[in-house]
Ligand binder design. Structure first.
Ligand code: BTN
Length: 339
């Protein structure tokens, strides 16, 4: 049996394809340091990372979309001085190639000291809310976790995912992406299509401290092949930019803007709670004013009326009663408006 190659040893092959142009088998074999005959196996290995590769006789191989790998030093250099100070050194910002889940890695890295940020180029067991998987093909999207320790348990910790949604939407707007909205509690959407999601996992620490791992997944350049068979409608930053006639923004610029925004927002949340995010959340609310269906122990139909300062969704039923619903207990469904 042959031993699986280290991910790092396969990187030159992925990098040789990064531009998205056709590359001959000979050139790729040379980049990979293998014989022409051994190349197909190496290609299959990087395809298993989730890279979408086309092969054509006479032309060779190409990625169906160019690959821009992340670099920790570049992201770190792009952060604001305040964020760099919060992160306390480049060592606290890591770009991994492939991990099971960036959240899981940081959950297990408590001893390293927070805050710490981890991006991965791919996740093999990325997790979403409600026990779902999070599709995480190599180099296509952003998979970011930020670990933060609060001195005590914040009074309304349940609003933190909502604040993170606001931060992500603000960062995306600042990088020139129009139309990002929030679907309660913390989906990033463009229209009805999912652009990203947030998964926060918290732990109590000895001495009363509270440690949160904020996980953010954002579809950036996922191809149709990479996103095939996803259960819900999805879109990506690049697809939305192309639809708006704008050039594709780099993953590095997005990664930097998101991490910068998150570091600032965590400090603000620690000081003031959710108050300074509430208005923006309601402004970005995809469901506002729409007919909605609530699934859970007590199903409900009504009209969405925003969220309250505790982050609860307000739904007005036909009898005029206002219900305040908490995330984790219910799911929000948005019937698609008739054309
Ligand atoms: C959702 O279901 O909408 C939340 C998805 C959160 C995915 C991100 S990707 C980075 C971090 N690591 C994980 O395993 N999950 C989160």
């Amino acid at each position: 049996m042959t031993r699986a190659l280290d991910d790092a040893a396969l990187l030159p092959l992925a990098d040789a394809l990064a531009a998205g142009d056709w590359v001959s088998g000979e050139a790729l074999a040379a980049a990979a340091g293998v014989s022409r005959a051994a190349l197909a196996k190496r290609i299959a290995q990087i395809e298993a990372w989730g890279l979408d590769i086309e092969a054509r006789p006479g032309l060779g191989y190409r990625l169906t979309a160019p690959l821009e790998r992340l670099d920790a030093a570049t992201i770190h250099a792009g952060l604001s001085p305040a964020s760099r100070a919060r992160l306390a050194g480049l060592a606290k910002l890591v770009v991994a190639l492939r991990v099971d889940s960036t959240n899981q890695r940081l959950i297990e890295a408590a001893a390293a000291g927070d805050p710490q940020a981890l991006f991965a180029e791919a996740q093999t067991a990325g997790r979403g809310r409600r026990g779902r998987d999070w599709r995480s093909p190599f180099g296509a999207n952003l998979y970011l976790s930020l670990a933060w320790s609060f001195a005590g348990w914040p009074p309304k910790l349940g609003t933190l995912p909502l604040a993170v949604g606001v931060v992500a939407a603000r960062a995306l707007a600042a990088t020139g992406l129009p139309g990002v909205q929030l679907k309660w509690p913390n989906d990033l959407r463009i229209g009805e299509a999912k652009l990203g999601g947030i998964l926060i996992e918290s732990r109590s620490e000895i001495g009363g401290a509270c440690r949160v791992i904020i996980g953010l997944g954002l579809n950036v350049a996922m191809t149709a092949g990479q996103g095939a068979h996803l259960e819900q409608a999805w879109t990506s930053v690049h697809a939305a930019q192309s639809a708006a006639g704008r050039p594709a923004i780099s993953r590095t610029a997005l990664a930097t803007a998101l991490l910068d925004g998150l570091l600032a927002a965590l400090a603000q949340f620690e000081q003031d709670g959710f108050a300074s995010f509430l208005d923006d959340w309601n402004r970005l609310d995809l469901a506002a004013g729409r007919a909605v269906r609530i699934e859970g122990a007590t199903p409900l139909e009504g009209r969405a009326c925003g969220i309250d300062p505790d982050g609860a969704l307000i739904v007005e039923s036909a009898d005029g009663q206002r219900h305040h619903l908490h995330a984790g207990e219910v799911s929000l469904r948005l019937p698609v408006a008739a054309a």
